[in-house]
Design a protein around this ligand. Structure first.
Ligand code: PHE
Length: 348
């Protein structure tokens, strides 16, 4: 019996030494130490031996068993270490290789342009005022001298909010004039920039667009002030001190007189053609571009907010921001602003 134990032991150790995987070791574990394994067979047959033999053989069997257990555990950990070595060999990282920098995003062209406008007007002493995108009819129309049945409302095809009476997506930034004047006494010198909404959709009109509104109210404000501010503003925006402005009479109910503001085309500098004689496409060869509306604040509007229209005068203007950006950067379709195509967006 003793020699049977010895030979089992050396068999097991040899097999263990040759084993190359955890699975093989597990098989050996079952074969020698498992419930129906070789050593349990020996334990079972001890009962046929004399008491003396039981003691010595039993002891030897137990010792050998625990020796094998230790050897098996050791083998497991050797295999595990070897597996780590393989991983270390295959999956190493060279920390000295220069990294790939993740690209950092930046603000959208429109947002940046709005910041620029704020700087230009900030230098002229204008503060920024804000109003809600979803506006009451009262502010978007009524207080601006556009009463309910007034035909001028049709000039701006408005998105009304369903099931909410007298509430709309603002069709212009002009309501901010009213909100600001209601809350402040003159002198007033503000701009307001933001989203506006109308039922429009083509290459140069989108249902959502941006406007900049300007308002200056004080004693003795005249069209001369309006012209000076707007000319300086357009020269700054287009980064061209040679820009000139011209005013054409027009109609907006909240100003009197009202006008359309044009500036010389920043591409052909008012010539209608480029220096090599090629006709200017942007201004369609006329040398002027229409930029927005302006005028002297209507006395009725001043009275609507409780200002003394005998004492105070003011000017207001409203320009399309998207259009100015398109002119400045020669962008030919509004769609590009909203598609979020990185090839476009990262150019600015
Ligand atoms: N709110 C006008 C528009 O959107 C523009 C404007 C503003 C005209 C201020 C005159 C004075 O068409």
């Amino acid at each position: 019996m003793k020699s049977r134990i010895e030979s089992l032991k050396s068999q097991a150790l040899t097999a263990l030494k040759a084993a190359k995987s955890e699975a093989e070791v597990r098989d050996l574990e079952v074969k020698y130490l498992g419930r129906n394994g070789a050593f349990n067979e020996i334990m079972k047959s001890l009962k046929d031996l004399s008491d003396d033999e039981k003691r010595t053989v039993g002891k030897l069997a137990n010792e050998t068993k625990s020796e094998l257990e230790t050897a098996i555990l050791k083998k497991y950990s050797e295999l595990e270490m070897a597996a780590f070595d393989v991983i270390a060999e295959k999956e190493w990282i060279d920390v000295t290789v220069p990294g790939v920098k993740p690209s950092v995003g930046h603000r959208h062209l429109i947002s940046k342009f709005i910041d620029d406008l704020e700087v230009v007007f900030g230098r002229m002493g204008f503060a920024v005022a804000e109003g809600p995108d979803i506006e009451q009819e009262h502010y978007n129309f009524n207080q601006l001298n556009m009463p309910e049945d007034h035909p001028s409302r049709d000039m701006q095809d408005t998105f009304w909010v369903k099931n909410l009476k007298r509430v709309a997506l603002r069709s212009q930034t002009s309501p901010v004039q009213i909100r600001y004047m209601e809350a402040h006494e003159p002198p007033v010198r503000i701009i307001s920039m933001g989203k506006t909404f109308r039922r429009d959709n083509d290459a140069t009109h989108s249902p959502m667009f941006h406007q900049i509104e300007g308002l200056m109210v004080d004693t003795d404000i005249s069209i001369a002030n309006l012209k000076a501010v707007l000319t300086h503003f357009l020269q700054q925006v287009f980064e061209d001190p040679s820009i000139k402005t011209r005013f054409r009479t027009s109609y907006f109910p909240f100003v009197e007189p009202g006008m359309e503001v044009d500036c010389t085309c920043p591409i052909c500098h008012g010539e209608g053609k480029l220096s090599d004689g090629v006709p200017c496409k942007l201004c369609k060869q006329c040398g002027w571009l229409e930029i927005g509306g302006a005028g002297m604040v209507h006395p009725k509007v001043l009275e609507n907010v409780g200002y003394d229209s005998k004492k105070y005068t003011g000017f207001a203007f409203g320009f399309g921001i998207d259009r100015m950006i398109m002119i400045k950067y020669r962008i030919n379709h509004l769609r590009l602003f909203f598609e979020n195509d990185l090839r476009f967006i990262t150019q600015f």
